[in-house]
Ligand binder design. Structure first.
Ligand SMILES: *Cc1c(COP(=O)(O)O)cnc(C)c1O
Ligand SMILES: [Zn+2]
Length: 489
């Protein structure tokens, strides 16, 4: 729709202008820093940052109803910069001019309802929100759209020069970082550091295809993270890991979209999300809290975090009911099919701890919970979902497995509707499905395939060499196998 055709009260706000006062706020000592510098942790105390809009009160001048109307109308506007996560511009990167915003088709991913059969099997209504339908096929694109728009803004300042963007990754961060950096061309080069042999062939192919420099090191993700941190501490590089608070901002869009999907009524709703480095659950909680601050939503949805038994430090932390007695202890991970969440020392843990406290304060104890699932449950749940029209990856399977556990334990009830995060596209993690079908999981995964979920191709050989007979012979074999009935009988 053309801007002149929008209602009079919406038109002046439709195309936003840069405003606001963003700073990095240290979560530990409270110090604030100018965003004109590339900073990831507090120079004084090494604490993590959140981005804070010091002029956020200007947004409160409008009632919640105004923002709901504006965001809903903006969906009809055909300006690329506002088509993706920046539809919610005022809540994401309000200081960046629209001309610096990068849009590669991220965000507004479909929310697909479980059909009657699947709902009956699981015992409650739910949706998968398919973040695998983002451009690099995972939710990481949301954060990269924000972080690279910011870098684009920085490198376009006079005298800025070239920049090297770097990240460690369990696979999907590097795919997203490489994709968005490649869009910026010469001005931003990218390098990714991956744990050798611990990412899927698809995830390795993605940054290679985008032209990034790909460096592999022995070990697991946590080892890569240490190397990248040493680089960021000592050299001029832009770090694109979860420490990067711009990424968290972009990922908040997942919460905004869920609110918009339900017409901003989140009573009796819950959101289920796998936890790895804990950036995503941080962003989702923060996103809902900020909508609540602005009266855009009245009710906070419940949040359910899910971890595999093979990488469960956040689950273990919350096992202790007494907040004062909780101590965070990193774990050594074991192989997990939810490989993108196979992290023993989540970077965003300090953010999670604070946000859970705030969430509990506003929405009551039990409004955020973390459950643990087995590798077997993850695989079975993924296959169950995908046999009912979904495209869940192993982490999406982890969401469904966690949802089922929460229903069994009474943490969630069948009167609630859940939105399950399918964090990546099924095809990125297809090797695990293959191992299930072929029963070739190494024993440490502890997965025993269930025959009803296994599937494999069946090779048919024609019983004749005569080219004239071959087609009829194969058609006959197939008709017999599928027990087809002859026409007219
Ligand atoms: C990164 C990732 C996760 C884990 O998200 P965190 O923000 O690290 O907790 C889960 N699933 C997929 C597919 C991912 O790429
Ligand atoms: Zn500090």
């Amino acid at each position: 729709m053309k801007p002149e055709h929008f209602p009079d009260d919406i038109r002046p706000h439709l195309i936003p202008k840069p405003e606001g006062d963003l700073v990095y706020r240290c979560l530990e000592c409270g110090a604030e820093y100018d965003i004109s510098q590339l900073l990831y942790t507090c120079p004084k105390c090494k604490g993590l940052f959140m981005l804070e809009d010091k002029a956020a009160d200007r947004l409160k001048k409008h009632p919640g109803a105004f923002w709901r109307r504006l965001f809903d109308y903006r969906k009809m506007l055909n300006i690329p910069a506002l088509k993706g996560i920046h539809l919610f511009y005022e809540l994401i990167t309000p200081i960046i001019p629209l001309s610096d915003i990068i849009y590669l088709g991220e965000g507004h991913t479909p929310q697909v309802a479980a059909n009657d059969d699947l709902r009956a099997e699981v015992g409650a209504p739910f949706y998968f929100k398919n973040d695998g339908q983002n451009p690099s096929a995972s939710f990481k694109d949301r954060g990269m759209a924000a972080a690279l728009s910011y870098l684009n803004f920085l490198v376009r300042q006079p005298g800025a020069g070239r920049m090297l963007a770097i990240c460690a990754s369990t696979g999907d961060t590097s795919a997203a970082a490489a994709l968005y950096s490649s869009y910026l061309g010469e001005r931003v080069a990218s390098a990714v550091i991956l744990p050798h042999g611990k990412v899927t062939p698809q995830q390795l192919a993605q940054p290679l295809g985008s032209g990034a420099r790909v460096l592999e090191i022995p070990g697991v993700f946590d080892d890569c993270m240490k190397v990248v941190e040493a680089l960021a501490d000592n050299y001029q590089v832009a770090l694109l890991n979860s420490k990067n608070s711009w990424r968290i901002r972009g990922q908040e869009s997942y919460a905004f979209e869920i609110a918009q999907w339900f017409d901003y009524d989140l009573a009796q709703k819950s959101v289920v999300v796998p936890i790895g480095n804990a950036g995503n659950i941080t962003a989702i909680m923060q996103g809902f809290l900020r909508l609540h601050d602005l009266n855009i939503i009245d009710t906070l949805p419940r949040i359910l975090g899910v971890q595999s038994r093979h990488a469960d430090p956040v689950f273990r932390y919350y096992l202790e009911p007494d907040q004062a007695k909780r101590v965070f202890v990193p774990v050594t991970v074991q192989p997990s099919v939810a490989q993108a969440a196979m992290i023993g020392n989540p970077v965003s843990m300090p953010r999670v701890i604070r946000l859970v406290q705030e969430y509990h304060r506003r929405a009551g104890a039990g409004s955020v919970a973390v459950v643990q699932v087995s590798e077997q449950e993850i695989m079975d749940s993924m296959l169950l979902a995908n046999r009912h029209g979904h495209i869940a990856c192993t982490q999406g399977g982890e969401s469904l497995a966690g949802f089922r556990v929460a229903l069994q334990e009474g943490l969630l009830g069948p009167e609630d509707t859940a939105v399950l995060d399918a964090t990546a596209h099924h095809l990125k993690f297809i090797g695990f499905q293959q191992m299930y079908f072929e029963d070739s999981f190494p024993p440490e995964f502890e997965v025993t395939p269930k025959p009803e979920y296994q599937n494999r191709p069946q090779l048919l050989k024609p019983k004749t060499e005569d080219p004239a007979q071959k087609t009829a012979d194969l058609a006959g074999q197939i008709a017999a196998l599928l027990q087809l009935t002859l026409k007219g009988k």
